[in-house]
Ligand binder design. Structure first.
Ligand SMILES: [Fe+2]
Ligand SMILES: [Fe+2]
Length: 301
């Protein structure tokens, strides 16, 4: 199964020492000056460092059973990418902490769920299933965010560049956990689909719970928060909103013969990679890509 799709997969490239100026004067509501939209991405950010540490641990559980040098190299590069994501989102989350968000408590609860419960009480194949399912959801969200430049059109350029870099790397390594799950752990269809069901229920639940804390910490009254949620949930779930275009790709995971590289890398990936190499600055690369995509000039990027 693995060979059929590898030709369309890009190389996993760990990128280190990138500077997004995250300690700069980023406005509190950096996306469209909208508290709900901003806190949605902020909540995702709080989940990344420990979530990615968990993914690395679950994949590395099987490292000693792997003999394929390509898969071993991919795991190494996946680990380096996720470690960088964790570091930069920690810097980002420190900014949220300075705004009054109880980041230490969010991290403590997540650590307890992932390491105190899941890794202690459930099978390794199941936690790897949770990892592969989370990586699929992350990759389809990444795919959607970078291919729809309108979403980040009025966002702060530093945060947009951070999420764009993270999204591109999530797409590069999207098959690593899945390959270990199916080829090494040899998890059956049941493990794969039940773990996806668990992620589908728990991931939005925790994102929304964190957002509820954030909007309360921001000082919005109950009525104001209800209005923000009504408008924000419509932004997320309306036809053509944030989530609806992902539905087909989400269900593809549940097809018995699924592999992440049946869905090739997005058209903006190669231009972004080239711009980053040429400009040497992730913010300038993201800005140029964003402008060209909005002008419909992607092919010239
Ligand atoms: Fe990541
Ligand atoms: Fe990832």
């Amino acid at each position: 199964m693995q060979d059929r799709s590898l030709s369309s997969s890009p190389q996993i490239i760990p990128r280190e020492k990138l500077d997004f100026d995250l300690d700069g004067d980023i406005p509190q509501y950096w996306m469209d000056n909208d508290p709900f939209k901003t806190r949605f991405f902020d909540a995702l950010s709080t989940l990344f460092p420990i979530g990615e540490k968990f993914f690395i641990s679950c994949v590395r559980d099987y490292k000693d059973q792997i003999t394929d040098p390509k898969l071993l190299a991919d795991i190494k590069d996946f680990t380096r990418q996720e470690a960088q994501h964790g570091m930069l989102h920690t810097q980002y989350n420190n900014r949220l902490h300075r705004q009054g968000i109880n980041v230490p408590e969010i991290l403590r609860k997540q650590e307890q769920r992932l390491f105190g419960f899941l890794r202690k009480r459930t099978r390794k194949a199941f936690t790897l299933g949770i990892t592969a399912a989370s990586e699929h959801i992350t990759a389809i969200m990444a795919d959607c965010f970078v291919e729809r430049p309108q979403i980040f059109e009025h966002a702060d350029e530093r945060v947009r560049a951070l999420f764009m870099w993270h999204a591109m790397e999530e797409m590069e390594h999207k098959s690593v956990a899945f390959d270990v799950l199916t080829r090494v752990a040899r998890a059956n269809y049941w493990t794969r689909s039940v773990s996806m069901l668990v992620v589908t229920l728990l991931f939005p639940y925790h994102v929304f719970k964190i957002m509820a804390h954030m909007l309360e910490a921001d000082g919005f009254s109950r009525t104001e928060r209800m209005k923000l949620w009504a408008k924000g949930l419509w932004w997320l779930y309306k036809p053509g909103g944030i989530f609806m275009p992902m539905v087909g790709k989400y269900f593809a995971y549940l097809k018995p013969g699924f592999h992440p590289w049946q869905d090739p890398v997005v058209p903006s990936y190669e231009p972004w990679k080239r711009l980053l190499r040429e400009l040497g600055d992730p913010i300038a690369a993201a800005n140029t890509l964003q402008t060209r995509m909005l002008q419909g000039e992607l092919q010239h990027a």
